[in-house]
Design a protein around this ligand. Structure first.
Ligand code: NAD
Length: 501
């Protein structure tokens, strides 16, 4: 049924976004409640029917037009990201570039990944032609975080649309401007499908309304605590749920690794975006023989970095004001528990900025080693050997990403295979995030389910299995008319075959 209610009916209230760098107000956005969310879902449902009926090549062309519009408006989108998160413009531009890569991959590969495929049959089903096809779910709700306000939710939005779904997107209340811009570009580039992608804005109550709105799946990215709450709401209606949550990623450095390359990557992985990266580097386990030398190189590079609000700053302010206290607690707690601050310390926390902090000898049970710090802090601990490194890296309730630095790629890959992580990079950090064909996601407190790649497309589909009977079988076992003796012969035959092979 088509919903004819205008999408722009008056709302009860608005909220203001503020610059994390200056505290100045940026813009007002509506607080969408259950009514607005329900209207958006209903419009998406109407639009989705036509979208799913399009040939896959037409959907691809529409999405590629949207991609081109995003590329053409890269500067404006990056500016909005930068304004809302405080990250430097260059980092924001890189975020848009990564998003473009993923959108292009999803658009170009959806048909190949999701099209009907024949499968083999069995001894008693040779008369059947069997196939499976991945069909869109309907309307997907997406709840996003603020740290990568375009790239992260687009891992669900772009892939869900490419798979033939409609999408209602609830961005973080810190970054609604980026989301509104994204949906506006979609409407401009994909005419005739109004309502297929809608942004609803607001904080927890808007997200809660989306979880209760009857969407066919909810893709959530955020903290594990919020994931638990949203999943409990989804459980009431058995709404499928995908959770991309936090991380406490470890880097392992072997005794023969290229220490300059490792130090360079560790510093970038830990400090870029002010450490506010789900798969950012938070823990390092270095072979004892090279630990001191690695620390020296990490400190040398990190001490040259000074956060600020300018376009040239290596990283900006903490986006979420409340996170500053968490970073301070982790650093102070580690130092009180006996860790040595090689660079900075509790005094590095000067809201809204946090200067780089490099710790060593951090007790493994300190909050800085067990909880997500989400700040520009890295702990570099020494280990006796790679067994200890693997054991410590795996001893976390998070399991998102990891990295290994090692002279031999083959040995690095063997260590990677022992790590409990959804994605591992050898001799780089976050290498997997820029490869659209690679699925991304974790386990335990890092969530479950996968975005990106073929798995990321299939995540927004339901598989339908089909059999088409090609001829009447000589022995029709699915009929009351089959004589008892025929059934018994069939059972004897099957038993004898299965006992032999
Ligand atoms: P958050 O959990 O505070 O909020 C996430 C989203 O949930 C926001 O849009 C928020 O408004 C919404 N929300 C809050 N309460 C809700 C409720 N009761 N019902 C429905 N929605 C609700 O997380 P955040 O601070 O925005 O993001 C930071 C977290 O996200 C970090 O833990 C980070 O590691 C994680 N993250 C994970 C990935 C990943 O892909 N694994 C990517 C980016 C960020």
């Amino acid at each position: 049924m088509t919903d004819t209610t205008p999408a722009t009916a008056p709302r009860a209230a608005t909220f203001t976004t503020y610059s994390p760098a200056t505290g100045e107000p940026i813009a007002e956005h509506p607080v969408d409640g259950p009514q607005e969310v329900s209207r958006a879902v209903s419009r998406a449902r109407s639009a989705q029917a036509g979208w799913a009926e399009l040939p896959a090549s037409r959907r691809r062309d529409h999405l590629l037009r949207w991609k081109k519009a995003l590329a053409a408006d890269l500067d404006a989108v990056a500016r909005t990201i930068s304004e809302e998160t405080g990250k430097p413009a260059g980092d924001a531009a890189l975020e848009v570039v990564l998003t473009l890569e993923h959108l292009a991959w999803a658009a170009r590969n959806a048909e190949r990944v999701l099209r009907r495929r024949k499968v083999g049959t069995g001894l008693f089903t040779v008369h059947q032609r069997a196939s499976l096809v991945h069909r869109p779910l309907g309307v997907v709700g997406v709840i996003g975080p603020w740290n990568y306000p375009l790239y992260t939710p687009m891992g669900s939005i772009g892939y869900a649309l490419a798979a033939g779904n409609g999408v209602v997107f609830k961005p973080s209340e810190l970054t609604p401007g980026t989301a509104t811009l994204l949906a506006g570009l979609f409407d401009g580039a994909v005419p005739g499908h109004a309502g297929l992608l809608t942004t609803v804005t607001g904080a927890a109550s808007t997200g809660d309304a989306l979880a209760r709105s009857g969407v066919d799946k909810l893709a959530f990215t955020g903290s594990p605590g919020t994931a638990r709450k949203v999943m409990a709401v989804c459980a009431e209606t058995l709404t499928p749920f995908l959770a991309e949550c936090g991380g406490k990623d470890a880097v392992i450095v072997t005794a023969d690794a290229d220490l300059d390359a490792a130090a360079d990557a560790i510093v970038w992985g830990a400090l870029s975006n002010a450490g506010q990266t789900c798969a950012g580097v938070e823990r390092v386990y270095a072979a004892r023989e090279i630990h001191a030398e690695l620390c020296e190189r990490v400190v040398k590079r990190a001490s040259a970095l000074h956060p600020g609000g300018g376009a040239d700053a290596p990283y900006g302010p903490m986006t979420l004001p409340g996170q500053v206290a968490i970073v301070e607690r982790h650093v102070s707690g580690a130092v009180s528990a006996g860790a040595r601050a090689l660079l900075g310390g509790p005094e590095s926390v000067r809201a809204p900025y946090v200067a780089p902090v490099v710790l060593t000898g951090v007790p493994e049970d300190a909050a800085a080693m067990t909880e997500e710090t989400f700040g520009p802090v890295v702990a570099v601990n020494a280990v006796a050997d790679m067994d200890e490194a693997v054991e410590r890296a795996n001893a976390s309730r998070y399991a998102l990403g990891a990295a290994v630095f090692c002279r031999s790629g083959r040995t690095g890959a063997a260590i990677a295979a022992r790590l409990r992580a959804g994605a591992v990079s050898v001799n780089s950090v976050l290498g997997f995030a820029a490869v659209p064909a690679l699925p991304f996601g974790g386990s335990q407190d890092s969530g479950f389910g996968r975005i990106h790649g073929a798995e990321g497309l299939r995540a927004f589909t339901a598989v339908q299995s089909t059999t088409v009977q090609r001829f009447t079988p000589p022995v029709a076992l699915t009929s009351f008319a089959v004589p008892a003796a025929t059934r018994e012969r069939a059972v004897r035959l099957a038993r004898s075959l299965h006992r032999r092979r």
